[in-house]
Design a protein around this ligand. Sequence first.
Ligand SMILES: Cc1ncc(C[n+]2csc(CCOP(=O)(O)OP(=O)(O)O)c2C)c(N)n1
Length: 202
Amino acid sequence: MNTDLDTRNTKVMNRFDITSRLIAKLKHEEAVIGGIGNTNFDLWAAGHRPQNFYMLGSMGLAFPIALGVALAQPERRVFALEGDGSLLMQLGALSTIAALKPKNLIMIVMDNGIYQITGAQPTPAAGVADVVAIAAGSGLANSAWAADEEDFERLVDEAMSASEPSLIAVSIDDKPGVGTTRRDPVQIRERFMHGLGVREPL
Ligand SMILES: Cc1ncc(C[n+]2csc(CCOP(=O)(O)OP(=O)(O)O)c2C)c(N)n1
């Protein structure tokens, strides 16, 4: 794992491609939490699964929601996908996760250095902030930049057998998400809870 501040040397990848590669690796029952906007749009477009949750409305909640699921169902592996702008709005989640150490939680940061969906304004990650260095400084030692797509897949494999929470950051391009989640929060919640086996079918 390379967490040095000045060692980001990554290929610029694509969110939908990376999300599709992740989904292809899942065995069956893993939960996947998509953050607001593009991360959940691409999660949806990669193929809906009952164990997917799509955050609507508030930035920065993918990791906190995933933490709750990971603690509630420790036997289930939980992935969370978040944009850099959203993560920077909710940095306290990282040190909380580091302190609680859920080994079944894998966080993926899609870093395009912009708030893409609201007009591509630059985020601090475009210049001064390195999300892997921030994660490591928050106590998440198992944090790394993915150098390219193959490295991303290798890091996911490693994370799936790790004994501590993992964070993988991916430099991505400025493309919008390729799908659109239906904006129905009640349906999203109920479908997810059913997918996790804690609700009767609708
Ligand atoms: C608390 C909060 N502040 C502002 C917004 C408006 N907003 C929605 S998405 C977004 C940008 C998200 O940026 P990022 O997480 O980097 O994802 P990207 O759009 O680049 O995929 C903003 C500013 C919001 N929904 N919630």
